[in-house]
Design a protein around this ligand. Structure first.
Ligand code: GLC
Length: 508
C-alpha cells in the first residue's frame, strides 16, 4: 500500500507547535536577527521557561519545532562584531565581505553588484572602518553568513545538535535556499530598485552548493535524531522541491513554497509586486495548488498553508471577512487546505478567523519593511499617496499577522495588561477565542473537526489528488482517490471536497 511508502508516518500523526524565533535578538526583524543562538530573548522569558514549555508540551504529546535562522545573524552577534572589527580578524570570513566596484564621481563606493535586499535598496552595506561592503539579503542588521567557510558550517551544525540534544523536535529552516551564493557574484537580471517586488535576487536561489550542504547538515545533525524539518524556500519550483525534499533526497522532509502567495500581487501596479492590491483569480490559485499536489505525488511530501507571520490573514485575502461571510469563508478555506495531501500549518488566530487590520497612521505599524517602504515610496519618491499606501499595507503588510492574539473581549483582547507592541485589531470584541469556544458552530470547532478527520481517515494521507474543475472561477472541487490496495486496507475509496469561493448560492 502507498501508505507504507511514506517515510515519516509517525510525524504525520503528531501535533506540533512551530515557534518563530525566540532566541536572543535585538528584534529588528521580529527575532529573525539572532544575536545568541543559545539564549532566549528576555521578552519571551528565560531558558528555564523554555525548558518548562518543552517538557509540558512533551507530556501532552506535542512536539516543538524551532526556527533555524542560519542564512544570517544579527549584526550584534559576537561573530559579526568580531568580523567587522578588522580585515584580518579570524571571524572576517564568517560573513561575506567584498571590495567596492570603484567609486563614483562624488567619491562614494560602488557596491560589488546590483543585488537588491528583499526589503528594498542595495543588499550591500559599506563599512567605513574596513573599507569593504558586507552582504545582507534582508535588513542591513542581518548580515549573511558565509556558508562556504567550513568553520561556519561546523559551528551551525553544532548549534543544531545542541538544541536537538535538549530535546526539541525539529526545525523550520528560514530562507534556507539562498545560503549558496553564485560563483563570481554576477549581477541579477531581475533587480528593479524602483519596485518593491519582495523577492530575493533570482541568481541566488537554490545555488549549486545548497544540496551538498543540506546533505551535510542532514548527515551531521538531523539524521542522528528523530526530527521534523521544513525549509522556507521562495523561488522554488516543484522540480526543485523534489531535490530538497524528495523521499530519497536525504535533505529535508518538506518545503514551504511561495507560489500561491503571489496571486494577488499586481506587477502592473504603481509599485509592482508586493505593495499593490489586485483581486486574485481562483483559476490561478487552483492552477498553482494543483501543480504542487500533482507534481509531488509519490515523490515528495508537501506542506500546506494559507497564513504565516509574513502573510496577511487568509479570511481577508482569499475569503470574505465581512461580518456576514467571515465565519463560513474561514471554514471553507480551512477545509480546502486540510483535505489536501501534505502537512497543514495553522497560524495563530487563523482558527478564530482573525482578519487583516487597518491602521490610519503608519506610526501604528511596527514592521521595518512597512516603515522602509513608506519612507522610500511615500516620503522620498512620492510615487504613491499616503492613502493608497495605507491600503496596500492593510492588504499585504506583515503586521496583519502580528497583532496580538485575541483571547477575549476585555481590554487588549486579554493579551496583556501592559502596552502591546502593536495595537490590537479593533474587531477583537467580536472575534476572539472565548467567543469561538462558546459557539458550537465556530471556525475553531471546524478546524478541530478537520484535524480529527485527517487522523481518522487515512485517505487524507494516501489518496491521490485530482482536481475536477480547473476552469471554474467560483468553485474549487477536488477528489482524493485511493489505490485499490489502499482502498482495500482502509475501506475508503474516495473523498470529495467542494468549496464555493463566492457569496452566491451555486449548484454544481
Ligand atoms: C523569512 C522570515 C521573515 C524574515 C526573513 C529574514 O522570510 O519568515 O519573517 O524577515 O526570513 O530572516
Amino acid at each position: 500500500p502507498r501508505s507504507t511508502l511514506f517515510p515519516y508516518t509517525t510525524l504525520f500523526r503528531s501535533n506540533v507547535i512551530w515557534l518563530s524565533p525566540v532566541f536572543d535578538s535585538p528584534n529588528v526583524d521580529n527575532g529573525y536577527d539572532i544575536s545568541d543562538y543559545f539564549a532566549i530573548m528576555s521578552d519571551f522569558g528565560t531558558m528555564e521557561d523554555f525548558d518548562e514549555l518543552l517538557a509540558t508540551a512533551h507530556e501532552h504529546g506535542i512536539k516543538i519545532l524551532m526556527d533555524l535562522v542560519a542564512n544570517h545573524t544579527s549584526d550584534q552577534h559576537p561573530w559579526f562584531v568580531q568580523s567587522r572589527s578588522s580585515k584580518d580578524n579570524p571571524y572576517r570570513d564568517y560573513y561575506i565581505w567584498k571590495d567596492p566596484n570603484g567609486f563614483d564621481e562624488n567619491g562614494s563606493p560602488i557596491p560589488p553588484n546590483n543585488w537588491a535586499s528583499e526589503f528594498g535598496g542595495s543588499a550591500w552595506e559599506w563599512d567605513e572602518a574596513t573599507q569593504q561592503f558586507y552582504l545582507h539579503i534582508f535588513f542591513k542588521e542581518q548580515p549573511d553568513l558565509n556558508w562556504a567557510n567550513p568553520k561556519v558550517r561546523e559551528d551551525l551544525y553544532a548549534m543544531v545538535r545542541w538544541w536537538l540534544d535538549k530535546g526539541v523536535d525539529g526545525f523550520r529552516l528560514d530562507a534556507i535556499n539562498i545560503i549558496s551564493k553564485p560563483e563570481g557574484f554576477p549581477d541579477d537580471p531581475s533587480t528593479d530598485f524602483e519596485k518593491h517586488t519582495s523577492s530575493i535576487p533570482f541568481v541566488i536561489a537554490n545555488g549549486t552548493m545548497v544540496h551538498p550542504w543540506m546533505k551535510e547538515l542532514n548527515r551531521e545533525a538531523f539524521s542522528k535524531y528523530d526530527v521534523m524539518t521544513v525549509g522556507e524556500t521562495s523561488a522554488t519550483s516543484p522540480e526543485d522541491a523534489k531535490l530538497w525534499a524528495g523521499y530519497d533526497a536525504g535533505e529535508l522532509q518538506m518545503l514551504f513554497h511561495f507560489d500561491h502567495m503571489g496571486v494577488d500581487n499586481d506587477p502592473e501596479g504603481s509599485l509592482g509586486g508586493k505593495w499593490s492590491y489586485a483581486p486574485y483569480k481562483l483559476t490561478e490559485l487552483k492552477r498553482i495548488l494543483n501543480e504542487w499536489q500533482t507534481k509531488l505525488e509519490g515523490k515528495a511530501w508537501g506542506s500546506l498553508y494559507w497564513n504565516n507571520h509574513d502573510q496577511p490573514r487568509t479570511v481577508s485575502r482569499f475569503g470574505n471577512d465581512s461580518p456576514e461571510f467571515r465565519e463560513v469563508s474561514g471554514k471553507m478555506l480551512g477545509t480546502v487546505l486540510h483535505m489536501m495531501q501534505g502537512t497543514p500549518y495553522i497560524y495563530q488566530g487563523e482558527e478564530l478567523g482573525m482578519t487583516n487590520v487597518f491602521f490610519d497612521s503608519v506610526d501604528d505599524y511596527n514592521d521595518l519593511e512597512i516603515h522602509d517602504s513608506w519612507r522610500k515610496y511615500v516620503v522620498e519618491s512620492q510615487r504613491v499617496s499616503p492613502e493608497d499606501m495605507l491600503r496596500y499595507i492593510s492588504a499585504s503588510g506583515r503586521d496583519n499577522a502580528r497583532t496580538p492574539m485575541q483571547w477575549d473581549a476585555s481590554e487588549n483582547a486579554g493579551f496583556t495588561t501592559g502596552t502591546p507592541w502593536l495595537k490590537v485589531n479593533p474587531r477583537y470584541t467580536d472575534i476572539n477565542a472565548a467567543e469561538e469556544l462558546a459557539n458550537d458552530d465556530s471556525i475553531f470547532y471546524h478546524y478541530s473537526d478537520l484535524i480529527h478527520l485527517r487522523k481518522e481517515h487515512p485517505i487524507v494521507l494516501t489518496g491521490e489528488y485530482r482536481v475536477l474543475n480547473p476552469e471554474d472561477e467560483q468553485v474549487y472541487a477536488y477528489l482524493r482517490v485511493n489505490s485499490a490496495e489502499d482502498a482495500a486496507e482502509s475501506g475508503e475509496r474516495a473523498l470529495l471536497v467542494v468549496a464555493n469561493f463566492t457569496q452566491e448560492t451555486l449548484s454544481l
